[in-house]
Ligand binder design. Sequence first.
Ligand code: HPA
Length: 245
Amino acid sequence: MARLAIVGGTGLSQYPELQRVDNAALDTPYGAPSAAALIGRLGGHEVVFLPRHGEGHTLPPHRINYRANLWCLQQLGVKKILAVNAVGGIHPAMGPGHLCIPDQIIDYTYGREHTFADGTAKTVQHIDFSYPYDPVARQILIRQLTALQMPYSDFGVYGCTQGPRLESAAEIRRLAADGCDLVGMTGMPEAALARELEIDYVSICMVVNWAAGIEAAPIDMADLMRTLENCTREVKRLIAAVAGA
Ligand code: HPA
């Protein structure tokens, strides 16, 4: 199997189940990654783990150095990235506790360093991004989700907002009208940077709350954290199954 990296999101800043082999604290032309990458063993395979918010979950989505993270993973020989993202659910079938393997993205972020093609190369580069997620990796995850009998969706448009605040109800109505099924803050520019470096990229989205305004009550953070914990446990089971397959 090509070298696999897991990019952990909210709820997955540490991965004690990985048997540590090494730590790689790399510097990059773009600055420091979110943390030292942990190289560890999972299901008999060596994998790389990088917590995108830092080990202590200190970096908000707009402060993450996505370019440094992706560059670091490429330097470590990573060919496939399994990204874990906590999201809010917009689609009626994607409520709290649901897992989703999204197939599309809409980017609403701004002011983030979002490309390696920033005019320093000899020619301007335009990557194809019609299908942001790797189709083979998506199918591997979908097969394992079915085998594990977890509740999941095999489609979904991920709307990436700037954060760190959650959205207003009107913003979510707008995202729904645009075709978004999920809303999160970290899917971009990570997916596009992976494509620029020709690293296959796939996301496991954990729905941890109904997006703003879908329910009458405001979003309850204690509920959200409880759901996040449960989802993270399930996602670790899923990753273990994928890594061992
Ligand atoms: N909006 C944006 N990002 C999120 C949400 C949300 O409702 N829940 C978890 N991450």
